[in-house]
Design a protein around this ligand. Sequence first.
Ligand SMILES: Cc1cc2nc3c(=O)[nH]c(=O)nc-3n(C[C@H](O)[C@H](O)[C@H](O)COP(=O)(O)O)c2cc1C
Length: 145
Amino acid sequence: MTTAAVVYRSSSGTTRQLAEEIGEHLRAHGIDARVQSVGEAQPAALAEADLVLLGCWTSGLFVVAQHPDEPWLAFVRDLPPLARSRVGLFTTYKLATGSMFARMRAALDTRAPHVDLELKSRGGHLTDGGRAALDRFAGIPAASA
Ligand SMILES: Cc1cc2nc3c(=O)[nH]c(=O)nc-3n(C[C@H](O)[C@H](O)[C@H](O)COP(=O)(O)O)c2cc1C
């Protein structure tokens, strides 16, 4: 069975909501998905997962300087190389994600040289487009999506 680790950092609950919806969608398609906050997850355990999805709320000056917050960065610094995992990123935001994904990728650095999904949501819900992108990332056939 394919395994997925969905790890989020949320300040007021929106990104947690998105993480839960991602986890539910993956489980509905037979993937053994575990959803945890950065405070709950063990960084070393992520290297065992087939799919790793890392999410953080967008922090910045609304039009510029978007970045993940320090607890997310601290978690990522503790990650081992995710050599056998397919890695995706997700965020929630209000106006613009700007430099958010670039900053998340930069923080991952060589731990995950390839990021195969960048998913964003304004309200913390999976949109049809987001679900389709998640399906492609997770290898869920379009016919059963
Ligand atoms: C201090 C602060 C800075 C923010 N900066 C941005 C920003 O630069 N761009 C944006 O689109 N949203 C920004 N937001 C909105 C949040 O990214 C958005 O509300 C997010 O969904 C919150 O997620 P959470 O409920 O998981 O904490 C900011 C919110 C706060 C509190």
